[in-house]
Design a binder for this molecule. Structure first.
Ligand code: DON
Length: 587
């Protein structure tokens, strides 16, 4: 086991992939610019040094729309929509296609969350987060010196029991209209017949070659020691067989039989933790969604075991205590945002955990009255140190979101992950997928930071069968009449929460187009470390100076990357964060 210091390398790799703007990948077609700016959007103004210019176009579509981080997966969703599937059918097709064509984060070996809003106004939330295996124990990642090691991040002991297959099938079962064979056909085709490697996949494999090379995925993903060339045809026969089993047998095709046996065998061979019995016992859980509001707009968001919905709702509630939004990008606006994030993260980090193990104070944390009491703790003109706000915290940042709407008005926002890019690095031979390293989302040692620098408490300590607290925040925003206005979610660990919140604020308060709401520079504050991180070039030097004068520590840093869809006159516009790869497309 390597000491915990190794985490910083991984965190740096993750943060770097978040902070560095990536060119859209080669397959991204020129967007339809016919409705670049909805009638009610105002032209945003960003600092001159900022990478993205306001007024960028977003693809639009009259019927259904899909936005994901992988063009092939988006195309799979659009194929299912065109074949008469609803948003859930298409989302399930996207989920499985991501597992094939976007292996850095799309997955069978991970987990996630889905928020659904049906055309007739019903909301639902599905938790298919990984669960700690039965062999897990509170101190399993502490080395002889009592400090966390890197075993929660890399290798056979880093994984929770995967929930993605159970999740996709539960969604399809409850809200889908097409059969499994039909919705899984695009993914099976991509795995069995292959696809051409694009620049994004090539680069992703190249950047993560060191991790992949340590385990059994190396022969497939790094043939001859290097990733397949751009344009090379890439076929995944083991994964195709696993997907076909799932299509034929349902969840049993994954959680029992040859696939489960392959996982069990690898785990035993390498002193891993997951057993066949853990796989059989896995269950996805339907939860009551967080239903909140922001300035008259409804919010449908993910409850625990993700902290995403609570923390986004709590942050927005605090911001709503100011009847008027401050000018976008001003020191005052950033002070309000940072203060709201700081307070909401203190509660998140201390109080939230798997509802099967702890009592999450969801109603209290998301109440408007509580937001007023928090607002009273925010000084008008200066920063408040986290240490003076929280006495229970000691001192002390890969995932993919996709969103789908159909012609009826059904909407699904999903975030799924194997945590770091390529998860634990472990790839299951014979079954063809990477396993997650979601165990690192637990507080391995309550009070000590994880790879995202999050300092979390007892509520998120490790226990067998427990789900690690997540920051994933697939969110659906409703208009004042209760119809779907916007779907948004993202990747970036704790930065998901702050990125999603800012996209909502940009849309509602600052009336930005979807492209501007996503392209606008963002900040991040998670209480500890006690500082504002801002995207380089995104906050003017005068504003940084004003924040520092208020007592903030500031430094350039990364943000999450988002995918979103928004209703516009005559249909939908979709957008993939300009910082990320992917495709928004519809019909
Ligand atoms: O569930 C969570 O909060 C994390 N496992 C998400 C990880 C993530 O977004 C990685 N991206 N950089």
């Amino acid at each position: 086991m390597r000491p915990r210091a190794a985490h910083h390398l991984l965190a740096a790799a993750c943060a770097a992939s978040l902070a560095i703007p990536l060119a859209a990948c080669d397959r991204t077609p020129a967007p339809d610019t016919s409705a670049a700016r909805p009638a009610n959007a105002e032209l945003a103004s960003f600092p001159a040094e900022w990478t993205y210019k306001p007024g960028a176009p977003a693809p639009t579509a009259a019927h259904g729309m899909v936005a994901s981080n992988c063009p092939l997966a988006t195309e799979a969703g659009v194929e299912i929509l065109k074949a008469g599937g609803n948003a859930v059918d298409a989302a399930v097709a996207v989920g499985f296609a991501l597992a094939v064509a976007y292996p850095e984060a799309g997955n069978l070996g991970g987990g996630g969350y889905a928020v659904v809003r049906t055309a007739d106004g019903r909301s639902a939330a599905l938790d298919y987060r990984e669960m700690a295996p039965a062999a897990a124990s509170r101190d399993m990642y502490l080395g002889p010196d009592g400090d966390p090691t890197d075993a929660s991040l890399v290798g056979y002991r880093a994984s929770g029991v995967p929930g993605s297959v159970a999740g996709m099938l539960a969604l399809l079962d409850k809200y889908g209209t097409l059969d499994r064979q039909k919705v899984m056909a695009p993914a099976i085709r991509l795995a069995r017949d292959g696809f051409d490697v694009d620049a994004a996949l090539h680069r992703s494999l190249e950047r993560n070659a060191k991790l992949i090379a340590r385990f059994d995925g190396a022969s497939l993903f790094l043939p001859g020691g290097a990733p397949p060339a751009v344009g090379a045809h890439f076929v995944q026969p083991d994964l195709a067989a696993t997907l076909q089993r799932i299509a034929d047998q349902g969840a049993d095709g994954f959680y029992k039989g040859p696939v489960a046996e392959a996982v069990d065998r690898e785990m035993k061979r390498h002193e891993g933790t997951i057993t066949a019995a853990d796989l059989t016992a896995y269950k996805a859980e339907w939860r009551t969604p967080i239903e909140s509001s922001y300035r008259g707009h409804g919010l449908v968001a993910m409850p625990p075991s993700s902290s995403g919905g609570v923390t986004v709702a709590e942050s927005l509630n605090i911001l709503e205590t100011w009847p008027q939004a401050a000018a976008w990008g001003s020191a005052e606006a950033l002070h309000r945002l940072a203060s709201a994030f700081q307070l909401a993260f203190i509660d998140r980090n201390r109080d939230l955990g798997d509802p099967a193990f702890v009592t999450d104070p969801v109603a209290r944390l998301t109440s408007k009255a509580y937001a007023q009491t928090l607002r009273a703790r925010i000084a008008d003109d200066r920063a408040t140190p986290t240490s003076t706000l929280s006495d229970t915290l000691p001192e002390g940042n890969q995932t993919t979101n996709f969103v789908v709407v159909d012609g009826h008005g059904n909407a699904v926002a999903i975030t799924t992950t194997i945590n770091s890019l390529y998860g634990s690095g472990v790839w299951v031979p014979g079954a063809g997928f990477f396993l997650n390293n979601e165990m690192d989302d637990f507080a391995a040692k309550p009070g000590t930071p994880n790879q995202f620098g999050l300092v979390q408490g007892e509520a998120n300590a490790i226990a067998p069968g427990k789900r690690p607290l997540s920051a994933m925040a697939p969110t659906i925003v409703l208009d004042t009449g209760g119809s779907v206005l916007m779907l948004v979610g993202g990747r970036g660990g704790a930065r998901i929460i702050t990125a999603v919140t800012q996209a909502i604020v940009n849309t509602i308060d600052h009336k930005m187009s979807l492209a501007d709401a996503l392209g606008a520079p963002r900040i991040h504050d998670q209480a500890l470390p006690d500082r504002i991180e801002y995207e380089k070039g995104g906050v003017g030097a005068d504003v940084v100076a004003a924040l520092e004068k208020m007592g903030y520590q500031t430094r350039p840093g990364g943000t999450g990357t988002l995918t979103a869809i928004r209703r516009v006159a005559g249909g939908w516009e979709g957008m993939v964060d300009p910082r990320a790869t992917g495709l928004a497309a519809g019909y």
